[in-house]
Ligand binder design. Sequence first.
Ligand SMILES: NC(=O)c1ccc[n+]([C@@H]2O[C@H](COP(=O)([O-])OP(=O)(O)OC[C@H]3O[C@@H](n4cnc5c(N)ncnc54)[C@H](O)[C@@H]3O)[C@@H](O)[C@H]2O)c1
Length: 433
Amino acid sequence: MSVSPATANFEQLIATREARVGIVGLGYAGLPLAIAFADAGFDVTGVDISPDRVAAVNERRSYLVDVPEERYDVLGSLRATADFSAVGELDALTICVPTPLSKSRAPDLRYIVAAIESLAEHVRPGQLIVLQSTTYPGTTEDVVLPVLESRGLQVGEDVFLGYAPERVDPGNKTWHLRNTPKIVAGVTPRCLAHTEMLYSTVVDVIVPVSSTTVAETVKLHENTFRAVNIALANELALMCDRLGISAWDVINAAATKPFAFLPHYPGPGLGGDCIPVVPHFLSWRLREYGYSSRLIEAAHEVNAAMPVHVIQKVADALNDHGRAIKHSKILLLGVAYKADVHDTRESPSLEVMRQLLQRSGDVTFCDPWVPEISIGDEIHHSVEWSAEAAREADCIVMLTPHCQFFEAPHWKQARLSVDTRNVFPVGPDVWPI
Ligand SMILES: NC(=O)c1ccc[n+]([C@@H]2O[C@H](COP(=O)([O-])OP(=O)(O)OC[C@H]3O[C@@H](n4cnc5c(N)ncnc54)[C@H](O)[C@@H]3O)[C@@H](O)[C@H]2O)c1
């Protein structure tokens, strides 16, 4: 491929850090990326429709676990705006807007469509646009590309379009943006070259793949791998429960095998905005091809049933001590979807709490990362995890796996505990009520 003037110019802008970079959507995925580009020496503009997030970035206020206030100190060049006319001044843009599922588990692309339509009003020749939101195979070429071309721009000649899936793992202390290899793809070879140039300034290892559809599917496969393996661990827990043994004993022993085994652990269900959601992008898309993805459906069934299993365990544990859920004081430990994050999206703990409240349990929760949650119309505030709270509860239910915070000796005060890390023989310290 000969180097076109547009590519040479883009390369120059990237190499000299004169390129102005834009991030559309300043959430868990977009804000760390915006900061990484600012750290790499670029002038960065975040574009977000949320006035709160725009103000927080401009006032250097933290709103995400991975971006504490100190991270902002070193940044002079990051600014945020809700005004899409800023797009016209930028050279490279990444779109990181949400991609939820509808109630019937169909992809809801309204944020991507809104973002690309707003962006297209100000797009100009020479720009690189990279979609980073997780989505179904074909979105970049079938949904994003036509909007750009409707502006009379030829993708690959006038403007450049790529896809680069997100791999952020909020709260992970080892793997972060720079040291996690980045999958990139372009609609044309030039689009790929521009996308690689942009991301190689913030990520050590770039992994180019053959098409945007491959890149979109890589992300879906990674999350499906997790969902299916977690379902396997959850099903093992259900089977071990019947055998009267601990699934954790089994998994930890199996994990000593140095090859061909990757441990996954059981819990109260699946949470976060990726693993419970993303596999359905794949199965939804494949239905259009007359293919029914059996493993994704089976994994969904097992994982989605786990909150009900937890509630059954709580009911059984209370029943064994002559109590009902109704009017029992039940303290839930951990409502975020995993340890050490604020994020309660899709958290199975919320479903556990909702169902216990529905059965007239006197339910409270403690989560050091989540000050309040709403269940239905009611707001519930986190209580302190203390010896007194443990003593007062009729039953304590440990919901967040791997959360060190709850390893305090207060457990010894518990009269009855249901520990979902051991799904679900009652925890080590059980006192009759
Ligand atoms: N959160 C994660 O850990 C994670 C991990 C991997 C992939 N992803 C994917 O990254 C994408 C973004 O997820 P997130 O967690 O950062 O979402 P988020 O909800 O934290 O942030 C999205 C941001 O986009 C903004 N936004 C919505 N519509 C917009 C529009 N039309 N124009 C401009 N801004 C708009 C919202 O105001 C919000 O600030 C999703 O596709 C998600 O699946 C997220």
